[in-house]
Design a protein around this ligand. Structure first.
Ligand code: AKG
Length: 292
């Protein structure tokens, strides 16, 4: 059993980002994942969980995609839903705009694109009795774009409740981020060469990881749900997993900080080479808020 480096944020999120960033980047380079206790904070974590109560109540566990692969991937007893920015302002202020997470995304993604946006903010509530998820790499959402040495996406698994070895704490294979582009699965493709680390962490923590590290939800052998919340960003020239502007409408977007709005797709992408995409009347989508 391997361990991930464990750091701790203090109660000043901006100062913590500055203090922790060098160690986080070193750990991501070495292992592909790192635990930051208090990254979100216990109080915001419980507020988000309360804000999401309706989402939990309205969502059956499992996937109804009709695809065997996706139904296996999602798990039959795991609750997933998105649209978190529309459900919780605390999510926006403390998770989507988390200064440490954004600093990591700046460092890893801006070398590979002029900007990045939210890939998805997603509840991952692993239910009692759920077996371990198959191990995978997040970057394989975009198989046409994966390349050695190029980070397309960076993620954080926030613990909204305690993560333990028994309730399904995320399993990470440290070092597996160095495997060649195109690696898809965990142990079956790596002959068990990589030790498993468990992201055991108290509520309010976050495990930050790159799109290249092999990982997956652990088995939940307890009687209670493991409350996880995945937040990830993807370079601005790729299409995100979640259609955020279809979940956060223009009126709600107008009430959010400009940075949040941009991350949620209510602005356009200006490539380094001058190309512009996701425009409105051939201008930046920001113009939709000019008179608000
Ligand atoms: O729930 C977890 O711990 C990880 C889930 C995951 O990696 C995924 O569904 O993409």
């Amino acid at each position: 059993m391997a361990d991930l480096l464990r750091l701790r944020a203090d109660d000043d999120p901006v100062a913590s980002a500055v203090r922790l960033l060098p160690d986080i980047l070193t750990a991501l380079d070495a292992d592909g994942g790192v635990i930051v206790e208090n990254l979100l904070g216990a109080e915001p974590a419980s507020r988000i969980l309360a804000d999401l109560a309706d989402g939990y109540a309205a969502t059956d566990p499992g996937s109804s995609s009709g695809s065997e692969l996706w139904e296996t991937f999602h798990g039959q007893n795991t609750v997933r839903f998105t649209g978190l920015a529309a459900r919780s302002r605390t999510f926006v202020d403390h998770a989507l705009l988390n200064p440490t997470l954004l600093a990591v995304a700046d460092a890893l993604l801006l070398p590979n694109g002029a900007d990045y946006w939210l890939n998805t903010g997603q509840v991952m509530g692993v239910g009692p009795g759920e077996p371990a998820q198959y191990l995978h790499r997040d970057e394989n959402n975009w198989p046409e774009a994966v390349a050695d040495g190029k980070e397309l996406t960076v993620s954080c698994m926030f613990a909204l409740g305690d993560f333990t070895a028994d309730n399904g704490a995320t399993v990470v294979l440290p070092g597996s981020h160095r495997l060649p582009a195109g690696t898809r699965r965990g142990d079956d493709e790596t002959d068990g060469r990589f030790e498993h680390a468990r992201a055991e962490m108290p509520a309010g923590s976050g495990m930050i990881y790159t799109g290249k590290v092999v990982h997956g939800a652990g088995a939940n052998v307890t009687e209670s749900m493991r409350h996880g919340m995945h937040v990830s960003y993807v370079v601005g020239w790729l299409r995100p997993e979640e259609a955020s502007p279809l979940m956060v409408d223009r009126d709600l977007a107008a009430t959010l900080p400009v940075r949040a709005r941009r991350l949620l797709g209510w602005s356009s992408y200006h490539s380094v080479g001058g190309g512009r995409t996701w425009l409105v009347d051939f201008e930046d989508a920001e113009r939709l808020f000019a008179d608000r």
